[in-house]
Design a protein around this ligand. Structure first.
Ligand SMILES: NC(=O)C1=CN([C@@H]2O[C@H](COP(=O)(O)OP(=O)(O)OC[C@H]3O[C@@H](n4cnc5c(N)ncnc54)[C@H](OP(=O)(O)O)[C@@H]3O)[C@@H](O)[C@H]2O)C=CC1
Ligand SMILES: O=C1O[C@H](COP(=O)(O)O)[C@@H](O)[C@H](O)[C@H]1O
Length: 590
């Protein structure tokens, strides 16, 4: 039922009174028996029921709880739970608001750019292919480049792929998808150009309730221009309007706060979807499931049993093509302050009250605020230099023409972080991130303590660390969760071995793992905010890194050079050794 919001001021600048919908709230007792999407929907509708309405013109309508029966389509591999996008009730909910048909218009701002081509359009197609987009949807590309609809379609078609595990009707589906894609050329700071876009969107929406999602796939210096114009000239008048913002969210605490302040001139916090695509990765999503639904792990998740935690990101290529952007940020801002820190917060948070986005984000903020801001002693930085191998010469970072000569920007960093709370006091959380290293990998490694009074300790020789259990969550590539254990080698003697209990996703599941952008786009369409960064989370994250970043820049600390394709600077080993840690990814049998 749509009701007038008692807290709303008089009609806003569009002359449209704000309303919001209320839905019966679901009690928590049966939440675990619901499929994930249904559950997320119910908790978000509960939250929306309680939301405050600030003095902002763009409004948020709430997706109703559907009572439609859940899909009977079952996925045997996932233990019989309904497959995410076969959940008819969820799709119905997106399609309809109070009986009147609704439509979702997705505008990719910066459609001519790298991210749009590489990730956003392919993810939208994948959602369409899986039947996850609502019945009525339209996609608009928006950028300054001049392009006809047909040219956008040709550009987009080059990066579309179908699921490897089910390719039926692939070509037809692509054609159907491309027919729903359009292009509008305009300036980012022109309300008139956005008004033209609005006109086109309205034609496609054909009188249905209009929900609008803007994806800002553009450099950050034009975020505010776009938000202002979209808000004034192209926001929905009768449905919701949401904006996905890509990182970087500023360069430090001050610039991030200024960005938030400026965004909030035009948007309410719950219309802003700050994306960190690592939160959409399958194994990062699985982190909480692993911990909170397995008795064998949950009780071990503290300083009592965990010796250290390692968060590792490496790429085997340099900044090729993105040096101009990268030099202004460096690896600490590009990877650590966001992707790795988000994983750390999810890993270390206390049990949330529920799976509601606000409950989870509250716990993440608490962890971040319990951490000690980094100091210069807690970090080692590096930068890759040219290296010749097998007759091929790989460039140095500073060989990139878009990088200023003599740049001190780090392309590698290793850091030690600590959480000053009862659960994690004294446990080093080590982070390592680098470009142009010997391998591509993202993983979480949990090294457990030694077994006290281990009966078999003599069998391990002097290196007792070799006998400790290690849990590895390999986020990418080749997703896996494995646990290193000690076992006896079969035979009459008593020789010990180390083996992996291995959940290797490719062997266990034939289904292709969705790209992170698919999950996040779907969540934004559904209004599920759990995997997006709230402004207080962002503030807490910047508060940890800003003093360090300023220190590095003010003192002009020179990074340690490491050869392209190597394992990174040796300083990273010294840093780990200071805390009695060995990097798990560099051991002989990682
Ligand atoms: N590419 C990637 O892998 C990743 C990107 N990101 C972030 O996503 C956003 C988009 O990235 P990406 O696609 O690589 O960016 P691009 O540099 O490709 O820019 C996207 C589009 O914005 C317009 N544009 C570029 N520079 C300017 C400028 N100075 N002033 C006005 N318009 C400009 C161009 O469109 P036109 O000229 O047609 O208007 C361009 O096609 C950025 O915020 C980036 O940091 C985040 C993670 C990964
Ligand atoms: O955000 C970023 O992420 C990519 C790595 O993402 P992945 O999903 O390919 O692992 C990184 O290359 C880029 O520098 C950074 O901005």
């Amino acid at each position: 039922m749509a009701v007038s919001c008692p807290k709303c001021p008089p009609p806003c600048c569009f002359g449209v009174p704000r309303t919001h919908r209320t839905t019966p709230s679901s009690g928590p007792s049966f939440l675990f028996s619901l499929p994930k999407r249904e559950l997320a929907k119910r908790v978000s509708s509960r939250r929306d029921k309680n939301q405050n309405f600030g003095p902002i013109c763009m409004q948020e309508a709430v997706t109703p709880v559907s009572t439609a029966k859940e899909s009977s389509l079952k996925n045997v591999e996932n233990g019989g739970l309904p497959t995410v996008c076969s959940d008819e009730s969820r799709i119905k909910a997106v399609n309809s608001t109070s009986g009147k048909e609704s439509t979702v218009s997705i505008t990719v701002v910066g459609a001519s750019g790298d991210l749009a081509k590489k990730k956003i359009f392919p993810a939208l197609f994948a959602l369409f292919y899986e039947g996850c987009l609502p019945e009525h949807f339209t996609i608009f590309g928006y950028a300054r480049s001049k392009m006809a609809d047909a040219e956008l379609r040709t550009m987009v078609s080059k990066t579309l792929t179908c699921r490897i595990d089910k390719r039926e009707n692939c070509k037809d589906k692509m054609e159907q998808f491309l027919e729903r894609c359009f292009y509008h050329s305009g300036q980012y700071d022109s309300e008139g150009d956005f008004a033209e876009l609005d006109k086109k969107l309205r034609e496609h929406e054909a009188g249905r309730i209009s929900n609008r999602l803007f994806y800002l796939s553009i450099p950050p210096n034009i975020f505010i221009d776009v938000v202002k114009c979209a808000s004034k000239s192209a926001s929905s008048l009768n449905g919701w309007t949401r904006v996905i913002v890509e990182k970087p969210f500023g360069r430090d605490s001050e610039s991030s706060a200024a960005l938030t302040r400026n965004l909030k001139q035009y948007l309410k916090e719950d219309q802003i979807f700050r994306i960190d695509h690592y939160l959409g990765k399958e194994l990062v999503e699985n982190l909480s499931v692993l911990r909170f639904s397995n008795l064998v792990f949950e009780p071990l998740w503290s300083r009592q049993y965990i010796r250290n935690v390692q968060l590792i990101f490496s790429e085997d290529f340099g900044t090729e093509g993105r040096g101009g952007y990268f030099d202004n940020y460096g690896i600490i801002r590009d990877i650590m302050q966001n992707h790795l820190l988000q994983i750390l917060a999810l890993f270390a948070m206390e049990t949330p009250v529920s799976l509601d986005a606000e409950d989870i984000r509250n716990e993440k903020v608490k962890v971040l605020r319990s951490m000690k801001p980094l100091q210069l002693d807690d970090i080692v930085i590096g930068q890759y230099k040219s290296h010749t191998k097998g007759g091929i010469t790989y460039p140095a970072y500073t060989d990139d023409k878009t990088v200023p000569k003599g740049s001190l920007t780090p392309t590698f960093a290793a850091a030690a972080l600590f959480i000053n709370n009862a659960r994690w006091d004294g446990v080093p959380f080590l982070m390592k991130a680098g470009k142009a290293l010997h391998t591509q990998r993202a993983e979480i490694r949990v090294q457990f303590r030694h077994v006290p009074g281990n009966l078999y300790k003599r069998s391990f020789g002097t290196d007792l660390d070799r006998a400790t259990n290690e849990l590895v969550i390999r986020v990418q590539p080749d997703e896996a969760i494995y646990l290193k254990i000690n076992n006896k080698i079969p035979g009459l003697g008593m020789r010990l071995d180390r083996s992996n209990l291995n959940l290797h996703y490719a062997a266990r599941y034939s289904k292709e793992i969705p790209d992170a952008y698919e999950r996040l786009l779907l969540d934004a369409i559904e209004g599920e905010r759990r995997l997006f960064i709230r402004s207080d989370e962002l503030d807490a994250a910047w508060a940890l890194f800003t003093p360090l970043l300023k220190g590095l820049e003010e003192k002009k600390i020179a990074p340690e050079l490491y050869p392209y394709g190597s394992r990174g600077p040796v300083g990273a080993h010294y840093l780990a050794a200071k805390y009695n840690v060995r990097w798990g990814d560099l051991s002989a049998e990682h």
